[in-house]
Design a protein around this ligand. Structure first.
Ligand code: BGC
Length: 517
């Protein structure tokens, strides 16, 4: 009898520790909610960006950025709003620290404003007031026991550089390297996580392809490819600079943050849809990740498809080529993988009608028809559908394509549905996405080492201004004090951080990571 009891107990323990032992099909087994606590070193955080929260757009020597110009021009942003004050974090950064502590995050991801630190990159002169602002913030974070995770470039290019030929003028590579050098030398002692660029796909495609984002240029056939080429070289320069000059002293990690949907075949039993999904992923995340994480060059399928859509008589392509020495220089310029993930797209080969409907260039070159399942729940952001299993899908894509490089999810989150502090849809979204991440880590062995919610507080959501709110905290933009007030999701996320994931109430972990209440 005792033996029988022991056996039953053992089988329960085994199936909870090795949940897929009972089934070959891991996905079926884990369709529902999955209890699991993340490994000890897993880091939880929240994210912001300089332009979206700082305000003080022309204070203390800061120069104009392309987003200052774009928003002041009028006609580009919802209700013609600007980020001139926004959350006023330039003055109220202590309030930010207060709520970060309240949440109990282990890291805080924010970006530096290039125009605040080096207002005129053509002279390279450093603005000490800008440096001091970030020194105060960074040292206060360290005192609070919060790791700063610093993005060097989150879209706010100094306008002077845009006027100087933008990413098409290769002198920007040395100017960017100088800016990185200023940041590494001033802040490197405290900062262990660096990101060179946030979402170069958005910078190039939304800014210079369809022109929806600053600086509003529409050259979809050429500029995204040309400018991405320069950005990849800038990234590699910054990584090598850190690697040779700063790593021996500071021993931090430098990477790039790439945004990507999960690309799923519309019909997974159709090989052409499976192929289309693979092609879309290579054109999207692979555009930047393949050179950096694989072999210094663009994915072969991207080279083939851009070439054949260039239709040139001399075999040239709109996709630029790296030289052999550039490939060697770019390959391996990472210490981890920064991933921004929000949603999923369905893929099938593009038909003629679809091709005619998309701008000629990057989107047409990939020859994939991208759609969303009408059954998926929408959010108030047009691009953002609620598809939690995509998180597990994209983490597995990175595991298999990029050699299971350690991944930090540097952004994930969703817009308010009802505009009240009771933001249950955000809780539903984040809970489900973290849970899929948990499955990816604990069942599929994806090497995911951190997760970051976008965003800690409502802020300037680019062309949507303040009409779309991503915050765990509400900010009243009509109140000069800009008070930060926790939404229900903030309180909930605090619990997840304290629990280090989702401990199984029936089998609590032995070490006491759990809340006591
Ligand atoms: C960007 C953020 C933005 C968020 C929500 C990301 O693509 O990095 O700056 O606010 O998405 O749309």
């Amino acid at each position: 009898m005792l033996r029988l009891k022991m056996l039953i107990l053992l089988s329960i323990v085994v199936s909870s520790v090795f949940p897929c032992a009972a089934s070959d099909d891991k996905r079926n087994f884990t369709e529902g909610f999955y209890f699991g606590v993340m490994p000890e070193n897993f880091t939880w955080g929240v994210s912001t960006a300089a332009f979206q929260i700082e305000g003080a757009w022309n204070e203390d020597g800061k120069s104009e950025s392309i987003w200052d110009r774009f928003s002041h021009e009028g006609g580009h942003i919802a209700l013609n709003q600007t980020a001139d004050v926004s959350c006023d974090s330039y003055h109220k950064w202590r309030d930010d620290i207060t709520i970060l502590k309240e949440l109990g995050v282990k890291h805080y991801r924010f970006s530096l404003s290039w125009s605040r630190i080096v207002p005129d990159p053509t002279t390279g002169e450093v603005n000490q007031a800008g440096v001091n602002f970030y020194l105060n913030l960074i040292t206060a974070l360290k005192e609070a026991g919060i790791e700063p995770m610093v993005t060097l470039f989150h879209w706010d290019l100094p306008q002077i550089l845009e006027d100087n030929g933008s990413w098409g003028n290769e002198t920007i590579i040395q100017q960017y390297k100088h800016y990185a050098d200023v940041a590494f030398s001033h802040f490197g002692y405290w900062v262990k996580y660096w990101l060179t660029f946030n979402e170069p796909w958005v910078v190039t495609w939304s800014g210079y392809g369809i022109g929806e984002y600053a600086p509003g240029i529409k050259q979809p056939a050429t500029l995204p490819y040309l400018y991405a080429h320069t950005i990849i070289k800038c990234h590699a320069q910054a990584w090598h600079l850190y690697d040779t000059t700063y790593r021996p002293r500071f021993n931090g990690m430098v990477s790039i943050t790439l945004n990507t949907d999960f690309f799923a075949p519309k019909n997974s039993s159709k090989p052409e849809d499976v192929e289309a999904a693979e092609r879309a992923a290579q054109f999207s995340v692979g555009w930047f990740a393949h050179p950096i994480y694989v072999d210094g060059d663009y994915p072969q399928v991207m080279k083939d498809y851009v070439q054949r859509n260039t239709n040139s008589t001399d075999g040239s392509s709109r996709l630029p080529k790296f030289t052999d020495s550039e490939k060697l220089f770019i390959k391996g310029t990472f210490d981890y993988f920064g991933l921004n993930h929000y949603s999923t797209s369905l893929c099938e080969p593009a038909d003629a009608a679809y091709q005619a409907s998309v701008p000629k260039g990057y989107l047409g070159d990939m020859e994939v028809k991208l759609t969303r399942d009408p059954k998926w729940q929408k959010s108030s952001s047009s691009y953002l559908y609620y598809v939690p299993w995509g998180m597990r899908g994209i983490l597995n894509f990175i595991r298999t394509n990029y050699n299971n490089t350690p991944v930090i999810v540097t952004e994930n989150g969703v817009t308010d549905r009802n505009g009240t502090l009771l933001d249950f849809f955000r809780i539903q979204y984040i809970r489900a996405y973290i849970n899929e991440l948990t499955k990816a880590a604990l069942i599929d062995n994806c090497n995911v080492i951190g997760y970051t919610v976008w965003s800690i507080m409502d802020n300037f959501e680019w062309t949507s201004g303040y009409t779309q709110k991503f915050g765990l905290y509400y900010v009243d933009f009509d109140n000069p004090q800009r008070p930060r007030v926790a939404k229900q999701s903030g309180t909930w996320y605090k619990g997840v951080i304290a629990d280090h994931g989702f401990p199984d109430p029936m089998f609590p972990p032995k070490d006491d990571l759990r809340r006591t209440t």
